[in-house]
Design a binder for this molecule. Structure first.
Ligand code: PRX
Length: 632
């Protein structure tokens, strides 16, 4: 098992070791894994070239560290508990042995279909155990999985499959989420028309709806695995072989396919999972994130399973059949650690206390949050009413790019403060810089958050575009990884994440680029330009405010434009990216050189009517007056 810290003194001591002798520290952690061959070199790095290699020369397979490493004494232990969308449907539970057999069967089926080491496999599935089986089977044969959240549109799926060069797509007829179903196969059909790299599709039957099967391309999951054996030797991978590609949004351009590699990601997710949650053998751990996002990858699947944990996955939504669903699941499965997003906490808090009636929540030991800043009110509600004042909250700050948690308390060990992610985890060396890149040392400082030394979980590149990786993360500040977040270090040296300082917005924990949403809006034939900004939203953390300039209102007037803008965004990105407010304006505030002054638009969306800072370069001040008057 990975080394586990159990006291504050232990944390301080281990942290010191991890920064004074990082390679010694991470070699020691890595010793607890199963390697086909150990590394030649623990770390080789150059932030200027954005090149990082951990454990190079080592050979391994991550699934051998999940299965073979644990089977002897955990074969009959539950690996995965699946709670269906509809509470009347039976729960599914898979032991380590059962999950292993399914993974091996699917591995053999993939190989039989011609999928080879290094090939990219697209996965577009609802939250069902087959999603875990498919991703682990890819890892087992050395194929690179690229999972796309099942809320994304056909266009987004197609763009991602094309960028990754996926040759096969694993999807389902449809997916259940609360009272709704999503026609995943119909969406996937449309996506596959736009990406001719995908030659085969495997379809899981979930909702039972009528779908079209394309002869020669589509095959049902059951037929695909029929007759496949459960004997399978894992492919031997290099430490730096890609494990997966996961797309995420940036401030500009199309989404970036971040590449995580095998050994470092394995060591880092396993180590942080055990230490942050203080997971103990026999505990039941429930992460409510969708596997389509990094939290699901790292802390629903890989981190827990690498620790031989019992991980619970939930297909549905927190408010269906009613707003007590999470708490019912906690009681039903005696969940010990629960990890969710501040948005979920805020929305459940807003729905009232009655949903906690009759819920015991006595099994809970640790509560976690991730994805966005948690406000003090939500923190206290979570702490008092869910944790009953006895469960520590781990507010974990990290990113798709970091692979695993970076700044977080260790549960029950690090003293917490509401809305603070508290202290850096082992090996993490945060640096706060001013806009010019000057390091702000000491306590009571605020600035941009960078990291000055590599950790094993850091993404290695952007798929097919290393230069963009260099530019995005390693060129704003010399020799530093720039996170894109603002941060405060308080008088005690505690870190509080203040949110993004770039054009990335975080709506209900879903990360989006404002440029992506603008591009979708601008596809509308009657829209000449648009600007999207975030504004504070009580439940979602941030809401999306779109300022839209139209050329013509003849069809349907302003309301007609609004409706078709919403449709365009749903179609091109997904329903979760739909603006909350759409203000039709006659122009946008621009500088004389034609640059949109977003700062002004952000302030107006936040409700300000003045204090716009320096406006001397503003081309047309009247536009600002008009926009303020029409604010929604
Ligand atoms: O702004 C930070 C916010 O989420 C961003 C990363 O988003 P994503 O790559 O989608 O990963 C989310 C799950 C790890 C960060 O740049 N963020 C994440 N965790 C926190 C947070 N903001 C404040 N507090 C957190 N605990």
């Amino acid at each position: 098992m990975v080394p586990q810290i159990s006291t504050l003194g232990g944390y301080i001591f281990e942290y010191q070791k991890s920064v004074t002798n990082p390679t010694g520290f991470w070699a020691h952690v890595a010793d607890s894994f199963f390697w086909r061959k150990k590394w030649d070199c623990v770390l080789d790095w150059d932030f200027e070239k954005a090149r990082v290699q951990w454990y190079s020369g080592a050979k391994l397979n991550i699934t051998e560290n999940i299965f073979e490493r644990h089977l002897f004494y955990r074969g009959n232990q539950k690996a995965l508990i699946w709670e269906p969308n509809d509470p009347a449907e039976p729960v599914r539970e898979l032991t380590y042995q059962e999950l292993f057999d399914e993974v091996k069967r699917f591995s053999n089926a993939l190989l039989r279909a011609g999928v080879k080491k290094g090939d990219r496999v697209g996965i577009y599935l609802p939250m069902v155990p087959e999603l875990v089986i498919a991703m682990l089977a890819c890892a087992r044969i050395g194929a690179v999985h690229s999972i796309v959240f099942a809320g994304f549109s056909a266009q987004s799926l197609s763009d991602r499959m094309l960028d990754a060069g996926a040759t096969i797509l694993i999807t389902a007829d449809g997916g259940f989420r609360g009272s709704k179903t999503t026609p995943l196969k119909a969406i996937a059909d449309e996506a596959m028309e736009g990406c001719n790299c995908v030659k085969k599709a495997v379809i899981l039957r979930r909702t039972g709806e009528d779908i079209q099967m394309k002869a020669g391309r589509d095959i049902w999951w059951d037929e695909f695995v029929a007759g496949a054996s459960t004997d399978h030797q894992a492919e031997v991978m290099d430490a730096e072989d890609p494990l997966f590609i996961l797309y995420t949004s940036g401030s500009t351009g199309k989404p970036k396919g971040l590449v995580h590699t095998t050994a470092g990601y394995m060591v880092y997710t396993a180590y942080t999972f055990r230490n942050v949650f203080q997971y103990g053998d026999g505990d039941v751990y429930f992460c409510s994130a969708d596997i389509g996002w990094i939290t699901g990858h790292s802390y629903l699947v890989y981190g827990p399973l690498l620790n031989g944990a019992t991980t619970l996955m939930f297909e549905g939504v927190p408010t269906w059949p009613d707003a007590g669903r999470y708490w019912e699941i906690v009681d039903k499965h005696k969940v010990n650690q629960f990890y969710t997003a501040p948005t979920a906490i805020r929305s459940l808090m807003a729905l009232g206390m009655e949903w906690l009636d009759g819920k015991h929540l006595t099994s809970l030991k640790v509560l976690g949050t991730v994805g966005e800043p948690i406000n003090e009110e939500a923190w206290h509600w979570y702490h008092d009413h869910i944790g009953k004042n006895r469960c520590p909250i781990v507010d974990t700050w990290w990113q798709t790019e970091t692979g695993g948690m970076m700044i977080s308390p260790l549960a029950g060990i690090t003293p917490t403060k509401p809305s603070y992610a508290t202290m850096p985890l082992m090996g993490i060396q945060p640096v706060i810089v001013d806009p010019e890149g000057k390091e702000l040392t000491g306590n009571s400082v605020e600035g941009n958050l960078c990291i000055k030394y590599p950790w094993p979980g850091i993404a290695r590149t952007i798929w097919g575009d290393h230069e963009r990786f260099v530019q995005t993360y390693f060129s704003t500040y010399k020799k530093l990884y720039f996170t894109g977040d603002g941060v405060k270090r308080d008088e005690d040296g505690y870190y509080r994440i203040l949110g993004r300082v770039d054009d990335v917005i975080n709506v209900s924990g879903h990360r989006m680029g404002t440029a992506e949403i603008e591009n979708a809006i601008n596809e509308h034939p009657l829209v000449s330009e648009s600007a999207v900004v975030a504004y504070p939203h009580d439940i979602k953390g941030q809401g999306i405010y779109a300022y839209v300039v139209c050329t013509d209102f003849s069809t349907g007037g302003e309301e007609g434009i609004r409706q078709s803008v919403l449709m365009a965004v749903s179609k091109l990105i997904g329903p979760f990216a739909r603006p909350d407010k759409i203000q039709i304006v006659s122009g946008l505030p621009k500088t004389r050189s034609g640059k949109i002054m977003r700062r002004i638009l952000r302030k107006i969306a936040e409700g300000e009517t003045g204090n716009f800072g320096d406006t001397t370069t503003l081309l047309d001040p009247e536009i600002v007056e008009e926009i303020i008057k029409g604010r929604l």
